[in-house]
Design a protein around this ligand. Structure first.
Ligand code: PEP
Ligand code: MN
Length: 371
């Protein structure tokens, strides 16, 4: 990806994007934006103009006329503005009204046809585009959306982490699954990543904690929804802050340094990191040894005509390990997902042993891949 620096995203200060989920009226948008600008803590005003709603018959945004209101917002506050675009026409209208930043929403970035349509509309335009993660936890799809824009010549790109759809009970509206944006950062160190705690939380209470977590993970900024009267908002009312609450929140966040300047501390950190590297190497060797045992078990099962998956044995492992783990201060959630991956890898190994010589055998890493 050919990435150029985005002027608004500075190295030492996280960018703050705020504004209503939806532009509802000129008065609501202007009063919210002016109050946000007054705080001096907001760098960009956001507003949804075309709203993708999960169910029909909800407020779907006011459309083009809000772009005129955003022009006034720019005039009154001097701040750049950002809107969500989902198709060719949205891009065309947003550019016509000189919207400074376009963002692609989570539902749109999950659809390569729509992303390609947007990318085509942006060919030859020096636009700044932020891409939210797709609703489903698929890093390839997220990268694919960024690549489509990059291939159309967009160089001022950033990613927005807004959490991933969940199934069942959770304290989040969208699960953060931090490992996914962290992996994106590892793959594209020059791609800025902004966190959207409003859509991760779905409520006001958890926003500060998620915002601080993002900064601690060295994210480049935050997008947080705010509304002059959140309780009466036409969309996402539970996750919008008043401009005053946003001001307080931003003021309370701690921005930590990437590197330590103190020599002694820096050496201490280096030695602790070395300790981690050694432990990681040991862990790899242990996993290798475990898989070799799995191969042997696979052979025994093959010889005796047994199935690979034996649920009772697997439950025993989980129960036994959980009891030990809790005493060691390891969380149940972490250990369950860790053991599940290890178990899956053992099954893949046994599968290979059992089916050796048959044409239908797939490599373990190919089993879960999406094309
Ligand atoms: C939004 O930012 O208001 C929005 C619709 O977000 P997402 O695409 O993350 O659901
Ligand atoms: Mn919203």
């Amino acid at each position: 990806m050919n990435l150029k620096e985005i002027e608004l995203i500075k190295n030492n200060k996280p960018i703050v994007i705020s504004g209503p989920c939806s532009a509802e009226s000129e008065k609501q948008l202007l009063s919210t934006s002016i109050a946000l600008a007054k705080s001096g803590k907001v760098d960009v005003i956001r507003a949804g103009v075309w709203k993708p709603r999960t169910r029909p018959n909800n407020f779907e945004g006011v459309g083009v006329k809000a772009l005129e209101w955003l022009r006034k917002v720019k005039e009154e506050t001097g701040l750049p503005v950002a809107v969500e675009v989902a198709n060719f026409q949205h891009v065309f209208d947003a550019l016509k009204y000189q919207i400074d930043i376009l963002w692609i929403g989570a539902r749109t970035s999950a659809n390569p046809f729509s992303v390609q349509e947007i990318a085509n509309a942006l060919e030859g335009v020096d636009a700044t585009v932020f891409v939210k993660n797709p609703v489903n936890p698929d890093i390839e799809l997220w990268i694919g959306a960024l690549e489509r824009l990059s291939q159309a010549g967009v160089t001022k790109l950033a990613a927005i982490h807004r959490g991933f759809a969940k199934y069942g009970e959770s304290r989040y509206r969208n699960e953060p699954q931090w490992q996914i944006p962290i992996e994106l950062k590892r793959l594209y160190p020059n791609l800025p990543i902004i966190c959207d705690p409003s859509h991760i939380c779905g409520n006001r209470v958890c926003i500060p904690q998620v915002a601080q977590r993002a900064l601690d993970l060295d994210f480049d900024g935050l997008m947080i929804e705010s509304h002059i009267d959140p309780d009466n908002a036409l969309s996402d009312k539970q996750q919008q802050l008043t401009p005053d609450a946003l001001d307080k929140l931003i003021g309370s966040l701690v921005v930590r340094h990437k590197e330590v300047e103190d020599q002694v501390l820096s050496r201490k950190l280096e030695s602790l990191r070395h300790e981690i590297d050694v432990i990681d190497d040991d862990m790899l060797l242990l996993l290798e040894a475990r898989m070799k045992v799995a191969d042997k078990i696979g052979q025994v099962k093959k010889d005796k005509g047994m199935t690979i998956l034996q649920t009772t044995r697997w439950n025993e492992i989980i129960e036994k390990t959980m009891i030990k783990a809790e005493k060691m201060g390891l969380s149940r959630q972490f250990l369950t997902s860790f053991l599940k991956s290890v178990h899956q890898e053992s099954i893949n190994h046994q599968n290979i042993v059992m089916n050796k010589g048959k044409d239908s055998v797939q490599e373990p890493e190919k089993i879960n891949s999406n094309e």
